[in-house]
Ligand binder design. Structure first.
Ligand code: URA
Ligand code: SF4
Length: 191
């Protein structure tokens, strides 16, 4: 267990636990408010993320930011965003199971340090790794699961929404549910 995200970062930025370290330009650890009650988890960095070291800064990231804004959430203010793997898989292929397994401890430690109340998985890879291994986004998006003290939900990956915009209304419903859930939890903890 690390004492702080700063300490975790020092180790993670030097990680060579899987082959992705050989082709990466930057390790993409995460971004956002470290005190957040909500964490979003994507799959892995793409080209632009690899170049800049920040998650979700490409086209999919722009769409994600727009959807977040709709429910008054932002990486500058009240959420934290990370990925299942911290280094870019070549040509943006899905990260292999072996790579996900090698990397998942970083995310586990991020969750232990940030202590979010809700973790939102963006897309199939994150949902299958975090919620259950046969997760079906089209059927099971928007459902709240609870493990220990943390709620989990998965929604469509913003890249998938760019390819299939017909799913955008359903994704917006999920975002409204996220907002509502976090507001209810905040209210309950104040009384
Ligand atoms: N897609 C992801 O899953 N994560 C990113 O950081 C960027 C694109
Ligand atoms: Fe380490 Fe994860 Fe990068 Fe692999 S993807 S080298 S496990 S930080």
């Amino acid at each position: 267990m690390y004492k702080s995200l700063k300490e975790l970062q020092i180790h993670c930025l030097n990680c060579t636990k899987c082959e992705l370290c050989k082709t990466r330009k930057n390790v993409v650890l995460g971004v956002g408010n470290e005190e957040s009650q909500i964490m979003f988890v994507g799959e892995g960095p793409g080209e632009k993320e690899d170049l800049t070291g920040e998650p979700f800064v490409g086209r999919a990231g722009k769409l994600l930011d727009k959807m977040l804004e709709y429910v008054d959430l932002s990486r500058e203010k009240n959420i934290y965003i990370a990925n299942i793997v911290k280094c870019r898989p070549p040509k943006n292929r899905d990260p292999f199971d072996t790579e996900q397994e090698a990397c998942i401890d970083w995310l586990r430690n991020q969750i232990l340090l940030i202590r979010p109340r809700l973790v939102v998985c963006l897309g199939r890879v994150a949902a299958r790794r975090i919620i259950k291994n046969d997760f079906k986004i089209t059927k099971e998006h928007g459902i709240l699961y609870k493990k220990g003290n943390i709620f989990f939900m998965a929604t469509f990956h913003p890249s998938a929404l760019l390819r299939s915009p017909q799913n955008k209304p359903a994704a917006f419903e999920d975002f409204l549910k996220i907002k509502e859930k976090i507001e209810n939890m905040t209210m309950n903890s104040k009384v």
